[in-house]
Design a protein around this ligand. Structure first.
Ligand SMILES: [Fe+2]
Ligand SMILES: [Fe+2]
Length: 148
């Protein structure tokens, strides 16, 4: 799913595959834990199949293997990203404020500010997939949490 993001740039300077790698690289360099780095790597994997609800799709895939907090962050990152562009499209950039009192509000805002919205830089020193593969394998090798 991650590799299907390679190719179309959708108006950005880099494609979603490179964006994903760059997001993970920034999370790693920010000192985030391994699970969060993997979430940064995979946060947009739903973009091909469900562009308007891609966070929900990625969150569903990750859910058994990550914390409730990281699940919530991945699920809601699209809404929180809206803070950076919705007002340019006639929308409300502060839509995310309805979650202001949620325990993961600040963490999700941090994820978007530091890893997601900033990771469209064609000149950034982005680590390649091989660097993250062992992390992905470790996270998905853990016993899955309870199913729905
Ligand atoms: Fe996204
Ligand atoms: Fe993203």
């Amino acid at each position: 799913m991650l590799k299907t993001l390679a190719g179309p740039k959708l108006g950005y300077q880099i494609d979603r595959y490179q964006h994903s790698l760059q997001s993970a690289t920034r999370a790693l360099r920010d000192g985030a834990d391994e699970e969060t780095v993997v979430c940064a790597l995979l946060h947009d994997i739903g973009d091909t199949l469900a562009p308007d609800n891609h966070g929900g799709l990625a969150a569903a895939v990750l859910r058994p293997y990550v914390s409730e907090a990281n699940h919530w962050i991945v699920r809601h990152h699209g809404l929180f990203q809206g803070y950076y562009f919705r007002h340019h499209l006639g929308g409300d950039r502060n839509d995310r404020e309805r979650f202001r009192d949620h325990p993961q509000f600040e963490a999700c805002a941090h994820f978007c500010e530091r890893y997601d919205q900033t990771s469209f830089d064609p000149d950034y020193d982005t680590l390649q997939l091989e660097h993250f593969e062992p992390m992905v394998q470790r996270i998905f090798a853990r016993p899955p949490r309870g199913a729905d």
